[in-house]
Design a protein around this ligand. Structure first.
Ligand code: ZN
Length: 166
């Protein structure tokens, strides 16, 4: 696996500037905005937590491998997704693509990062999802790890250097 830890902190992933950038002291979790909306600046740990929380809705009766994903748009919205299996195995869809399809179907295509959590800890994104997400965000940051203190951040271009294009 080509994943390796990186310790950069892009503007949208800065953990400690939230209050200052927003210019107010609004407590976390008290957003009055629409469901699913989050501030534009989001810590990678927070995004990972969203992915982990989403896992509760995973539908994985065949593999028992549950996955949650949280896809952050550049405007600060978060779309979560889970893996949804099917008795016709080929119809199964991954958490990452579920999140992506939810976002695109609501008019959002500008993605900054995706966090992935699973019942086995960190989960590398499968090849189909790499291609699928590279359609919209080749420079996407991919965050995963066994827990929020051991997250690995990789660029999608590293995971899929030569994506298919028409
Ligand atoms: Zn996948």
């Amino acid at each position: 696996m080509s994943l390796h830890p990186q310790h950069f902190a892009p503007a949208w992933l800065r953990p400690h500037d939230r209050g200052r950038q927003e210019g107010n002291a609004r407590p976390r979790g008290r957003s009055h905005e629409r469901p699913g909306h989050r501030e534009a600046v989001m810590d990678k740990k927070e995004l990972y937590r969203e992915a982990k929380a989403a896992m509760v809705n995973a539908y994985a009766p065949y593999s028992n491998f549950t996955v949650g994903a949280a896809l952050l748009t550049k405007s600060g919205r978060v779309f979560t997704g889970v893996n949804v299996e099917n008795a016709s195995f080929g119809a199964t869809i991954c958490a990452e693509r579920t999140a992506c399809v939810k976002a695109v179907s609501e008019g959002h295509k500008d993605f900054a990062a995706i966090a992935i959590a699973s019942s086995r800890g960190g989960a590398p994104m499968c090849g189909i999802c790499r291609q699928f997400l590279s359609e919209f965000a080749p420079d996407l940051k991919v965050i995963t790890g066994d827990d929020e203190d051991h997250l690995i951040v990789t660029e999608l271009t590293e995971l899929l250097p030569d994506n298919f294009r028409l």
